[in-house]
Design a protein around this ligand. Structure first.
Ligand SMILES: Nc1nc2c(ncn2[C@@H]2O[C@H](COP(=O)(O)OP(=O)(O)O)[C@@H](O)[C@H]2O)c(=O)[nH]1
Ligand SMILES: [Mg+2]
Length: 359
């Protein structure tokens, strides 16, 4: 799963990525670096507790790939433009985080010259709408041309959906606001339409604006669909704190009034907008957290571990993490009746501990 940090140049994307990935950065590279991708470990206290109990040779956390897209800059004509290379990076992201800037710093220029996070969000939304509109327009023309040559029901179906999407975007509404059916979504999923991607807005605050966080978030939120999450973070402060040891970091964070780390906020928002959840596998060799979608079945979960487990699935042994922590061994879980043997259609719950039986 890949999330993309997108935004104007100097909004704090690279600082944010360095903070959550624990990278020490050369200040000279600020604002200029090419796109990078980091694999970020998903902290999970439940996995830490399971590790204490099983004492395995190896503990493997779930990971999420975070993509740092090169920022959009002002071009010679004084306009900020979306480039093809930018779009090529963003197209593959499963969810987008608009990183916009509230911090004031005279030494760091803003491509649009003044600080206005709401305007920056609107700018990104408008550019992405225009991109989708243009794409859909060209697709409609092509489908119509093809349909004159051949009568094909699947092409006709596609055209009807694309026209519906086009009409929606013409009203300046992002595609993620449409309630498309699973079939409709499937028909257009290959196009990587930008406004269809789940969205989180992340606002980068500085020390001086901590008091204004709620007010600014409410103002940015007011222009967006209710499904869009808006989260605050403090790139510079948190980057500096990330270089300290854990104890100092937590104590300084609370001094600043920062309740939750940027890493936690980003991961929680990602899991929530993408509808993800975790399950665990445990043993003396390895304790591990795996990421699946909410609603996935035991067989689908098995397939995430190994395709063979999917193909040769027989049953899944299931104990929920909470039950396991109460009883501490599988034998006691069985006695207490909280251990079960489930078939392939069992819907996995967040925090299930699974052992897959396969042939
Ligand atoms: N004063 C201040 N500077 C920041 C903050 N966040 C980022 N910066 C600085 O702004 C510049 C651009 O940040 P960077 O993360 O490279 O932005 P990007 O272009 O979006 O990747 C760097 O010099 C950062 O140190 C902040 O909250 N406060
Ligand atoms: Mg950058």
């Amino acid at each position: 799963m890949q999330i993309g940090l997108v935004g104007l140049q100097y909004s704090g994307k690279t600082t944010l990525l360095n903070t959550i990935a624990g990278i020490e950065e050369d200040p000279a590279a600020a604002g200029k670096k090419e796109a990078t991708i980091e694999v970020v470990k998903v902290p999970d206290e439940r996995l830490d507790k399971l590790t204490e109990i099983f004492n395995p040779k190896k503990t493997v956390y779930a990971t999420i790939e975070v993509f740092d897209t090169p920022g959009l800059r002002m071009s010679d004509d004084g306009k900020v433009k979306i480039t093809t290379s930018f779009l090529n990076h963003v197209r593959n992201n499963n969810a987008l985080f608009y990183v916009v800037r509230q911090f004031e710093d005279g030494t760091v220029s803003h491509p649009m010259n003044n600080i206005d996070p709401k305007r920056d969000v609107e700018f990104l939304e408008t550019e992405f709408l225009l991109y989708d509109l243009d794409f859909l327009e060209r697709r409609i023309a092509k489908l119509k041309k093809d349909l004159m040559k051949i009568k094909d029901d699947s092409l006709k179906f596609e055209l009807s959906i694309i026209e519906k999407c086009y009409a929606h975007i013409e009203e300046e509404k992002p595609l993620r606001m449409m309630n498309l059916s699973a079939d409709e979504l499937k028909a257009i999923s290959g196009f990587q339409l930008l406004t269809l991607k789940p969205l989180v807005v992340a606002i980068n605050f500085d020390e001086d604006s901590i008091d204004k966080v709620d007010e600014i978030i409410a103002s940015v939120k007011s222009g967006l669909h209710e499904s869009v999450e808006v989260i605050p973070f403090f790139a510079k402060i948190e980057y500096e704190l990330s270089l300290l040891d854990e104890e100092d970091r937590l104590s300084f964070m609370s001094d600043y009034g920062i309740k939750e780390s940027a890493l936690n906020k980003i991961l929680n928002a990602s899991y929530s907008i993408l509808g993800l959840q975790s399950f665990f596998t445990v043993g003396e060799d390895e304790c591990r957290a795996w990421t699946i979608k909410k609603g996935d079945t035991a067989q689908e979960a098995a397939g995430v571990i190994h395709t063979d487990f999917y193909n040769r699935f027989i049953r899944a042994e299931v104990v929920h993490y909470d039950d396991f922590m109460e009883h501490k061994t599988f034998a006691k879980c069985k006695e207490a009746g909280v251990w079960s043997l489930e078939g392939k259609d069992y819907v996995v719950k967040d925090g299930d501990i699974l052992n897959i039986r396969h042939s």
